[in-house]
Ligand binder design. Structure first.
Ligand code: MRU
Length: 359
């Protein structure tokens, strides 16, 4: 499959593919401080929950190298790194992978030989990246194994919303990981990608990423899903997540909830694929997940041109929450929970043997 440098270490800096420019241009930028990486996350140079986590981890590492080059080894790494960590933490609110990665990096500031902190942070960031690729591959295999068999007259038709692919992770993808593994299992699948208004992650990113790998992709606007399901074109829906609460409610790109409701209405399985780093046991239910609201111009403008009445008020939430009851299965690297429920989700973090669906 095609490999993208979504967020990697390159010659002492954090290198990221500028996803705002896709699919028209493949441009990479290098970042040298936590502030710069935080701004790149906020501006969506890098996006997608696990990818944001990886970028933040490398942002911490690059900040430590910057601090040491500027002032030598500080008396307190915690104090020296506090502003950079705060900037990274505030970059975007909904995807829990950001805070998860920072919480994993922060203790190293206290527990490592002060001279070696930058190198140790970099090693940890690289480990987070490698773990995410492995998690995506494991999720792909587990998710593909529970997909329904294709109908006799055509390949399995999978609908996905937003981009939960290699571009949204360290590589391979969560929902698109399941789709990649499904193609390996069945020989051929067809993918319906929703446009994903207003930021067009489906049109710009998913369609592009899947075409790079020779998938049969059909693009449609978000509002066409109900009709496509009614016509029998969709066999299963697979999406990613930005934060899954302890009870299984899943925040994902705006429009996901609508697709889940439609899938239930048409008795179509609705799968959510995400790594454990996206599950937030400290958040009891979806009602407590912070939902980012973005600029009104994403709705009022098209390619820089105004398309809405001047002065109109705009509601532009970037995410919504799909209640656990509408999710047929939660696919993680540690096993499948179907349907999602709190005790089975908590068990994912403990013993593997006790998991339902991991057989
Ligand atoms: O606003 P974005 O593009 O960061 O939103 C991304 C999504 O909602 C993805 O579906 C989610 O992060 C899962 S990525 C594996």
């Amino acid at each position: 499959m095609t490999i993208f440098d979504v967020a990697v270490w390159s010659q002492g800096r954090v290198r990221m593919l500028d996803q705002r420019r896709l699919p028209n241009a493949e441009i990479y930028h290098d970042y040298g401080s936590a502030a710069e990486v935080a701004e790149a996350i906020r501006a969506m140079v890098v996006r997608g929950a696990p990818a944001i986590g990886c970028a933040a981890a490398f942002g911490v590492a690059v900040e430590a190298f910057r601090v040491r080059a500027l002032k030598g080894v500080p008396d307190s790494w915690v104090e020296a790194m506090a502003p950079g960590l705060a900037q990274l933490r505030q970059a975007r609110p909904t995807a829990v992978n950001l805070g998860w990665a920072l919480d994993r990096m922060a203790p190293l500031l206290l527990t490592v030989d002060p001279e070696a902190v930058p190198e140790r942070l970099l090693a940890e960031a690289e480990e987070i990246r490698q773990e995410d690729i492995a998690a995506c591959r494991a999720m792909g295999a587990l998710g593909a194994a529970i997909l329904p068999a294709p109908p006799p007259d055509r390949p399995l038709a999978i609908l996905t919303h937003c981009n939960a692919g290699a571009l949204a992770t360290a590589g391979y993808g969560t929902a698109l990981g399941v789709i990649r593994a499904a193609r390996a299992r069945f020989g051929r699948v067809v993918v319906y990608a929703t446009e994903t208004r207003p930021y067009l992650q489906g049109a710009r990113l998913t369609a592009w990423e899947l075409r790079q790998d020779g998938f049969d992709v059909t693009l449609m606007t978000d509002s066409m899903t109900g009709h496509a399901m009614h016509c029998g074109r969709i066999d299963v829906v697979v999406v990613g997540a930005d934060r899954v609460a302890a009870n299984g409610d899943a925040a994902n790109k705006i429009g996901t909830y609508m697709h889940a409701v439609l899938a239930r209405r048409h008795a179509i399985p609705f799968l959510v694929a995400c790594p454990l780093s996206t599950i937030d046991l400290a958040t009891a239910s979806g009602d407590h997940i912070p939902i980012e609201e973005r600029s009104p111009t994403e709705v009022t403008h098209w390619a820089g041109q105004p398309v809405a009445a001047d002065g109109v008020r705009v509601f532009n939430p970037a995410f919504d929450v799909t209640p656990a009851e509408l999710i047929s299965a939660l696919v993680t690297e540690r096993g499948v929970v179907q349907p999602p429920n709190e005790s089975a989700i908590r068990a994912l973090f403990g013993s593997l043997e006790s998991l339902p669906g991991t057989g």
